[in-house]
Design a protein around this ligand. Structure first.
Ligand code: FMN
Length: 182
């Protein structure tokens, strides 16, 4: 914890809108590992309208709120399920808004971690997501890789993580992220 800014802020984005989402559970389990000194906020992307260049003329309130939250973040952590061998449309929509010069491109240069949980596997979706983050010039923190397949065996019915191996990986991720922000 030496050399850390007095308060770091990490913003989580969940690629699923499901209330008891495994991915929201993964973000929650990550948050539980953070020291008190680090603030964590989950962004709400559920009410964002679909991106359209016409809508940029009069930016919606939900978009402005998300932009401000992302700007306030020292780092982002994104957790997404795999939908049809890619990541989800709600997440893509949020990234499209946040990629725009009308919002001063708040993702550019931002440190980011990606992870995910899905019924079978999440590897392909996370590869797609990393490609888009490369296009957005985000600063990917690549290790440890957290890809939770067979999610039904690793979370309870409320979406709480119950797998000790994944919990340990999240602890390593927390350390890597803190080191990257020093
Ligand atoms: C439209 C759709 C497509 C899906 N495609 C995949 C897939 O390609 N691979 C996979 O492992 N699971 C797939 N699933 C299952 C999801 O991984 C599963 O529902 C997961 O729990 C969703 O994440 P969440 O719990 O965070 O909502 C799909 C689910 C939906 C609704």
């Amino acid at each position: 914890m030496e050399n850390l800014k007095s308060e770091l802020h990490i913003v989580g984005i969940c690629g699923s809108l499901r209330k008891e989402s495994f991915n929201r559970g993964l973000l929650r389990a990550f948050e539980q590992q953070l020291p008190d000194k680090i603030k964590f906020t989950e962004a709400d992307i559920s009410e964002l309208p679909f991106f359209s260049e016409e809508r940029e003329q009069n930016l919606p309130e939900t978009v402005l709120k998300l932009k401000e939250l992302v700007e306030s973040a020292d780092a982002l952590i994104v957790s997404t399920p795999e939908y049809n061998l890619s990541y989800t449309a709600v997440l893509k929509n949020a990234l499209e808004w946040l990629s725009r010069s009308s919002l001063q491109r708040p993702l550019a240069g931002k440190p980011v971690v990606v992870m995910g949980a899905a019924s079978v596997q999440v590897g392909v979706s996370l590869s797609h997501l990393r490609d888009v983050m490369y296009a957005l010039n985000m600063k990917l923190i690549n290790r440890p890789i957290i890809q939770v397949g067979n999610a039904r065996e690793k979370f309870d019915e409320k979406g709480n993580l119950i797998d000790s191996g994944v919990k340990e990986l999240l602890g390593n991720l927390k350390d890597e992220l803190i080191n990257a922000l020093k």
